[in-house]
Design a protein around this ligand. Structure first.
Ligand code: PBG
Ligand code: ZN
Length: 320
């Protein structure tokens, strides 16, 4: 006779809920937004259904809705009004990102605002740093990233999130923030960011694709996991408060390994391509959207993520 029957605890939903090991909460989520110049702009992004380019006024309205839904944070990306060789609109206080951060902070002070710190949306060549020939110069780029982080903190960001993958950027940004008395602004490091095909819809949305070459000299090779642990170790030593892994779904082994190794919060970025695939299949009626999204996000938490940056956040908040 069978003494142990795992099926006993699966008999009904209340029993299953009692023994459920992982629960998805609206408090786990960060919603990314794309801000543009102008007024009353709300244009759907073709490769990311239900995501919009928003002018600052509409971004504020959305931020209120996000906060009312219980989502604790937004991450702000921007499309600037001008681009140049060094991406100087990235630290211009009158650029859409800085204006949106200030306006959202004023309208919804309790909403946590994350600023994405990078240069690719702002440089004429689309790379994440300053070029020296065709090479992205690491140490020169650090000086520019410091300016971006400080400008976002000055605008009112609670967290800055560098996504450029330059070496030493966490130490450089921490020093710059502290120097300007932003000791309490946290750094969420895109510590483990792979060179990935899953970013394509975002690059369309943010007009940030590299105009030549690719990002393989700075983003990680997706074949590597030991190297991910090294990146995490360095960023923690340099003062990162939260460690992010990106993309999420194809990298849950990395999430799980990092989770076992560190005692700081782990975030994942459920990126644009992951979102677009699910949306496209759902719009075709090939999958059940709610089921698939719940399964995917629960898997990210099960692997060890505390925080999930996801374009699904508003949908999920409405179900939970
Ligand atoms: C670049 C950046 C990328 C994303 C956000 N910032 C990736 C890239 O273009 O290399 C991707 C986000 C997404 O795909 O949702 N700093
Ligand atoms: Zn970039």
């Amino acid at each position: 006779m069978l003494k142990i029957r795992p099926r006993r605890l699966r008999l009904n939903e209340n029993l299953r809920a009692m023994v459920r090991e992982t629960n998805l909460s609206v408090k786990d989520l960060i919603y990314p937004i794309f801000v543009v110049a102008g007024e009353n702009v709300r244009e759907e992004i073709p490769s990311m259904p239900d995501c919009y380019h928003l002018s600052v006024d509409n971004a504020v309205e959305l931020a209120k809705k996000i906060s009312d839904l219980g989502i604790p944070a937004v991450e702000v990306f921007g499309l600037p009004e001008y681009k140049d060789e060094i991406g100087s609109s990235a630290w211009d206080m009158s650029s859409p990102v800085q204006k949106a951060i200030t306006a959202i902070k004023k309208a919804v002070p309790e909403l946590v605002i994350v600023g994405d710190v990078c240069l690719c949306q702002y440089t004429s060549h689309g790379h994440c740093g300053k070029l020296c020939g065709n090479y992205v110069d690491n140490d020169e780029t650090l000086k520019l990233l410091q300016k971006v982080a400080v400008s976002q903190a000055a605008a009112g960001a609670d967290i800055v999130a560098p996504s450029d993958m330059m070496d030493g950027r966490i130490a450089a940004i921490r020093a710059a923030l502290d120097d300007k008395n932003f000791q309490n602004v946290s750094i969420m490091s895109y510590a483990v960011k792979y060179s990935s095909g899953y970013y394509a819809p975002f690059r369309d949305a943010a007009d940030s694709a590299p105009r030549f070459g690719d990002r393989k000299q700075y983003q990680m090779d997706f074949a590597n996991v030991r190297e991910a642990l090294k990146e995490v170790e360095l960023d923690l030593a340099e003062g990162a408060d939260i460690i992010m892994i990106k993309p999420a779904l194809a990298y849950l082994d990395v999430v799980s390994k990092v989770r076992e190794k560190i005692n700081r919060p782990v975030a994942v970025y459920n990126v644009s391509g992951e979102y677009a695939m699910v949306k496209a299949a759902a719009l075709n009626g090939w999958i059940d959207y709610k089921r698939i999204v719940t399964e995917n996000l629960t898997a990210m938490k099960r692997a060890g993520a505390d925080i999930i940056i996801t374009y699904h956040a508003i949908d999920v908040a409405q179900w939970l």
